[in-house]
Design a protein around this ligand. Structure first.
Ligand code: CMP
Length: 141
């Protein structure tokens, strides 16, 4: 079993799309192992997206990600990193495949409903960013 991180973004949370997105993830075989709701500070958003610092969209991305509540969650399943990427679709909803979460719920390339870790290495860093080890629920005794 593999773990990855998803974040339901402020556009989807404020539009009350959380339930539909979670149902979509669970139907795709991804189980929630940890979940919380918070509003990111500017410092946290800049740190989380540090890999994009210097990109033209960085300042706007930080503004958007701090504009309202977000819901990070740890998802577990076979090949969870790739599975989640497949289920959410392309960054730009105009390019996302039919039936993907971004095709269904994203507003734009920036306001794109959900974030997903892009590799197992990134997933480990991103899970640790929001969930210290002791907050992760054991899956068996
Ligand atoms: P995410 O998967 O969270 O990773 C980085 C985010 O930056 C991305 O989703 C989008 O929200 C945003 N992003 C990436 N590329 C662009 C772009 N060209 N213009 C605006 N926002 C972008």
């Amino acid at each position: 079993m593999e773990r990855t991180l998803a974040i339901i973004k402020p556009d989807a949370v404020s539009a009350s799309r959380t339930g539909k997105i979670v149902a979509h993830l669970e139907a795709a075989g991804l189980s929630i192992r940890a979940i919380r709701m918070l509003r990111l500070t500017e410092t946290q958003a800049r740190a989380f997206y540090a890999v994009h610092a210097g990109r033209p969209f960085f300042a706007s991305l930080v503004r958007f990600m701090t504009s309202g509540a977000v819901i990070p969650m740890v998802l577990e399943g076979a090949g969870a990193v790739a599975r989640l990427r497949q289920v959410i679709g392309a960054t730009d909803p105009a390019e996302a495949a039919e039936g993907t979460i971004r095709k269904l719920y994203a507003e734009s390339k920036e306001r794109n409903a959900i974030h997903a870790s892009d590799s197992p290495e990134t997933a480990a860093r991103e899970v640790a960013f929001f969930f210290p080890t002791e907050t992760l629920v054991a899956t068996s005794d």
